[in-house]
Design a protein around this ligand. Structure first.
Ligand code: CMC
Length: 434
């Protein structure tokens, strides 16, 4: 047995050997490496944990985003999401996430200037994007083109230099809307639109998406604001699948373009970025309010899920869902109501009063209304995750910058429990196939 059991410790008895161990508890966690001292004998490897999907394993210390799922709290650098969505802008939130504190007026102006100045991409980026198949999924195009930026900025591999990191962070936040908009235009067979640097970040994005022959594209301010809020709501969500991918790839000390491309890849998957598309499909399938009770019965019988409801972390409500509902109202004021909204509102009302959903703490999540908003903007469903990726970029980069400066971090390299054969004798193909 190790020395005195301090109060902040865990005393474990290994019943295989009868031996006791005291393991320090810090921040309500134990260090997995401390379990390594628990072993049957010197020849055996030490005890490890088995945790597919990191369901109960902290992979880092982070000061970027705080979530309390039971209380429905989401804060970026300590600021509640509700306040940021109401009073801030996406670029200010991006500054906050990346730099850890709110900007002064001079810092903000310089930040906006830098980002605006870097919205253009090398002409060769345009050329290779044009080489994609006519029906290429915009998320695949985005992933490939973000990764390809590393070849345009080879100095980006110098990740230990703070100025260099800053440069790449600015570039990536600036260029994501350009790459995202061009991926959209490509699938539509429309010419790519260059950035208009007279416009703000989100207004410029809308211009690159929708401008045709007019000399200047002027989006309705209410739509610009709604999309800006959506970007804010998606800007970070602590150690989710794509952020974990960015950190995992970044832990090899590769350049940030390659790490963020991995994040885009993770977000591409339907379990992560694709739920709002599923909500839209579900609402279309329900078709009218009269069909809701039968649909709910099907959900309760376990035949299907009410998409846009429930969350791994938020068990009382998803704070982003409330804000999004308000944005949806603002957007529909401009675009006219989406008939699916009535179905969504009725569905939400019925579900929130139903014992099945109440008992399981199932509430609308961020995706319940976001798909409806995106559809009102006339985005095809394949674009939904691209919008998510643009919003999430400052979060990925803030987490990446934190990772590369964190002395505790090591190259990501989980253990495994080997379940295959051992020590077989190999027979050459020439002998096996005779
Ligand atoms: N509809 C009906 N029943 C549900 C739902 C739902 N949407 N979500 C969970 N349940 C039930 C589930 O059947 C289980 O019931 P029981 O205890 O009788 O077996 C119970 O609630 C607990 O479910 P779980 O699957 O253990 O919960 P989880 O934390 O593993 O899953 C979730 C979380 C988000 C994957 C799940 O709620 C779900 O599939 N929701 C629908 C898809 C969706 O909207 N996803 C977007 C998530 S938000 C995006 C983001 O933050 O990035």
């Amino acid at each position: 047995m190790t020395d005195v059991a301090a109060k902040d410790s865990l005393t474990v008895t290994d019943n295989r050997t009868g031996q006791q161990y005291d393991i320090a508890i810090t921040d309500n966690t134990i260090a997995a490496k401390d379990l390594g001292q628990i072993r049957l004998n010197d020849d055996e490897p030490g005890l490890a944990t088995y945790d597919p999907g990191f369901v109960n394993t902290a992979s880092c210390r982070s000061s970027v985003t705080y979530i309390d799922g039971d209380k429905g709290i989401l804060e970026y650098r300590g600021y509640p999401i509700e306040q940021l969505a109401e009073k801030s802008s996406f670029l200010e939130v991006a500054y906050l996430l990346v730099n850890g504190e709110l900007p002064t007026k001079e810092q903000y102006d310089a930040w906006v200037h830098e980002i605006t100045y870097h919205t253009f991409v090398h002409e060769n980026v345009k050329t290779f994007m044009q080489g994609f198949r006519y029906d290429a999924h915009p998320m695949g195009m985005l992933m490939a083109s973000v990764g390809a930026l590393s070849t345009f900025y080879p100095d980006a591999r110098n990740i230990s230099d703070a100025d260099n990191r800053h440069m790449q962070i600015v570039r990536m936040i600036a260029k994501m809307p350009t790459l995202g908009a061009w991926s959209f235009r490509h699938a539509q067979g429309k010419p790519y639109v260059y950035p208009d640097n007279d416009l703000g970040y989100t207004a410029n994005f809308l211009s690159m998406l929708f401008k045709m022959s007019e000399s200047k594209f002027e989006a309705d301010e209410r739509l610009v604001k709604a999309l800006d809020v959506l970007f804010i709501l998606h800007a970070d969500h602590e150690q989710n699948c794509s952020t974990n991918a960015v950190r995992s790839v970044g832990s090899s000390q590769v350049d940030p373009y390659s790490a963020v491309a991995a994040g885009v890849g993770a977000l591409y998957g339907p379990l992560h970025g694709g739920a709002n598309e599923a909500v839209l499909r579900m609402l279309k399938r329900i078709g009218s309010k009269e069909n809701i009770p039968a649909f709910i019965d099907g959900v309760k019988d376990g035949n299907e899920r009410l998409m846009g409801f429930g969350h791994r972390v938020y068990k009382n409500y998803d704070p982003r869902a409330k804000i999004i509902k308000k944005s949806a109202e603002d957007v529909f004021e401009v675009t006219g109501t989406n008939p699916l909204l009535d179905i969504a509102l009725e569905l939400e009302k019925i579900a929130l009063e139903d014992e099945y959903f109440v008992k399981r703490k199932l509430y609308p999540n961020v995706d319940f209304y976001s798909g409806l908003i995106y559809e009102a903007f006339q985005f095809p469903p394949e674009m939904f995750t691209v919008l998510f990726a643009i919003g999430r970029t400052p979060g990925w980069l803030a987490q990446w910058a934190e990772l590369v400066q964190d002395k505790d971090q090591k190259i990501a390299r989980p253990k495994q429990i080997y379940t295959g054969d051992r020590e077989l004798t190999f027979t050459a193909a020439s002998e096996r196939w005779t």
